[in-house]
Every structure is written in structure tokens, then in C-alpha cells.
Design a protein around this ligand. Sequence first.
Ligand code: ACO
Length: 404
Amino acid sequence: DRGIHSSGLRGATGLTTYDPGFASTSSCRSDITYLNGEAGILRYRGYPIEQLAKSSNFLEVSYLLIFGELPTQSELDYFEQQITIHTLLHEDMRQFFDAFPKSAHPMAILSAATAGLSTFYQDHYDPKDERDVEVSIYRLMAKMPTIAAWSYKKSIGQAFIYPWNKLSYPANFLHMMFGVKAEPYEVDPEIAKALDLLYILHADHEQNASTTAVRLVGSTQVNMFAAIASGINALWGPLHGGANQAVLEMLAEIRDADGDTASFVARAKDKNDPFRLMGFGHRVYKNYDPRATIIKETADKVLRKLAPNDPLFEIAQELEEAALSDDYFIEKKLYPNVDFYSGLIYKALGLPTEMFTVMFAIGRLPGWIAQWKEMMSDPDTRIGRPRQIYTGAATREYVEIENR
Ligand code: ACO
């Protein structure tokens, strides 16, 4: 009597699974990223993340994710050159930035401006046209850092800095973020390398919430800009990409409470307290997040160089030790995730907390693109349309407003 019926259509019978959070549902088949959460393994297109982090760079990893193979030198040169020539935003896009309030969260600007790109390229955004797809890939990869840096410049009231294309991808971003008009910005190559590494570690993570958003929205055959904008919105939340900002806020809170890490660990275990230790736990990793292991080393280096006396780093180390030796965290297999240390590095680089999730978005972009591209070319793809278990009222008679 609640309208449950069997229509007899493919995939639309009366029998459905109920799987909140899709924890046991594979929504697709994918060749892109292998993740074994029990063993703490992560590979992009078969290559271990440790090897890519050590020997590759972000644009090469982006090529690998998007096109499936490591590029030859000439393929990589072409890819980099195409990205380089698209870094400028259309001048009319400057008005977008003027229109937002100064206090706007940069993730809101990033998602709006990314969706807004579709208004400038509507003659070339057919998701089924190979050339349109290719040029949209270059445009997204090239323009996202410019949008991100300008959203920051807007928030501090400084002039926008145009891309300087002789710089590498991460160095160009740092130039647009921290450069001022009068003088060329000198990028520290070690810092640019640390940023590049963070991008690599974030580049893909199979069917997480934001990637699933990109695939689901993309399955309606909307243009790539719109699909990617939905990924940005999904990433924004504190349980996903927003966790790196939340980690820093939590560490500052602990510092302001005289560094009392024990009481915060106790709060995280208290089921009557909604507080969670930010940067701990993962839906898939029930072991150390391999990205956290790699990032911790970089955090050590960057922090020693840029912020040797940052009390937040010490608190982070204490917190990690306390949690790792606590029965609750051991039993629930809650280990530090990639966001636990990334925020500290971003802070040392001089990035404001609101920009942390934006950094994650720039890193995740090639993964979203690769997943969107794979979804579009998969003959099994159908519009995403989950079912539900209806729990509402059975049939009721309409009641006129004066009789309610
Ligand atoms: N602190 C304290 N307890 C926790 C934490 C935490 N950080 N994470 C999970 N738990 C507990 C839960 O309370 C739950 O306990 P219960 O079994 O007694 O109910 C159990 O561990 C399982 O947690 P779930 O929320 O069911 O796990 P889920 O897979 O749904 O959530 C998530 C994973 C969202 C990452 C969660 O661990 C969390 O909230 N962590 C903090 C936020 C965070 O760091 N997010 C970043 C994720 S990584 C990324 O996006 C790159």
C-alpha cells in the first residue's frame, strides 16, 4: 500500500538494495585507481603512489590519469604547452570576482566560476565531441589555478596577478597567489615541489563523494564544466575535502586550550559529544593512509624550513601519538588520513585556511576529469538514478486548507 511495485524494466524491479552511503555498492567499473584500504595500498593506473610521489610530477600524473598511460616526452610537452596557453581567464570573468562579497568562501567562487566557464565556451563543450572534450580538459586544468588564486586576491583586496607561463604549474600558482604587481615573485623551488607533491597525492581516490558527484551529474550528459563544478561543491564539506581546514581549526582550538590533547581525544570517544578528531578515520582505509605516510615526511621538511616553531605541528604529533595508542581508535581502525598533515603544510606555505580545500580541488581535478571521461566512454553508463525505500504515509485524502 506504499506504492511498491515491480515495473519489469531493466534494473527497475521491486527488489532493491538498501545501502546508506553506498558503502557496499560499486557504482561503476574503473581502470583508473586501485585502492586496498585494509592493506593501505594506492595505485594510479597500476603505478604505486609511492613511486609517483618520488619520481613523477603533477602534470605527468595528470596525463597518466586522464589518458591511461605515462606520456612520452613529446606527449608530455604537448600536454604542458596546451595547458600553458589556456591559463588566462576571459577578461569578462574578472567581473565575477568583483560581484562576490569580499568574505566569500573561495570554494564558492571556485565552483561558481568553474560552472561559469561553460558560458564562455558553449560552442565547444559537447561531451560527445572528442576535440571539445580535449580542449575542455586543457581549459579546466589551466584555468582552475588562476580562478583559485584570484579568489584569494579578491578576499585580501589585492590586484589580480596574471599567470606567468614560463613557470611550472605549481610555481605559477604560487606566483599568482603571492606575487604583487610591482615586482616579479620569486618562487622557492622547494616549496613549489612540496605543493606539486600534495597535488599528486590528491589527484585521484576512486569513487569518493566528489568523484561520485562528477560521475552522477556527468551521467546526465551535461558539459564537463558543470560536472566538475558539482565535484567542487561535494568536496567542500568538512567530512570530505573541507577536513584539512577543520584539522587546522581543531589544532588551534587545542592550542587555545593549553595544548590539552587528552581532553580532545576523550571528547572524540564520547558518543554523546558530536566532536570527532578531524583528520582521523576514512571510509575505505582501515590502515595507515599511504598518502599520510608520504605527506608526513614532507610536512617535517617544510615545517622545519618555514615554521620551525609552529606549536600546531607539535600538537599534531602529540595528537597522533595519543590517538594511535588509544584502544578506541585502534579498535575502530581510525588512522590519520591525508588531510591530517596537508593543512599544516598549506599553513606553512602561507595559505589561509579557507584556501586549503581549494588546494585539494586543484589536485583532484585530473582525477575528476579522468573519471568523467571513463564514464562517458563506458558502454554500460546509464543516467545515475538510485532507488529508495519509501517510508512515508500510505495514501491519504487531500484536506482543504480551511479544514486542516
Ligand atoms: N573521531 C572519532 N570517532 C570517529 C572518527 C573520528 N575522526 N571517525 C570515525 N569515528 C567513529 C564513528 O563515531 C563510528 O563509531 P561507532 O561505530 O561507535 O558508531 C565509527 O568510528 C565509524 O565511523 P563512520 O562515521 O561510520 O565511518 P564513515 O566511513 O562513515 O566515515 C569519515 C568516514 C567521514 C572520514 C569519518 O572517519 C570522519 O568523520 N572523520 C573525520 C573527518 C575527516 O577527517 N574527513 C576526511 C576524510 S579523508 C578525505 O576526504 C580526503
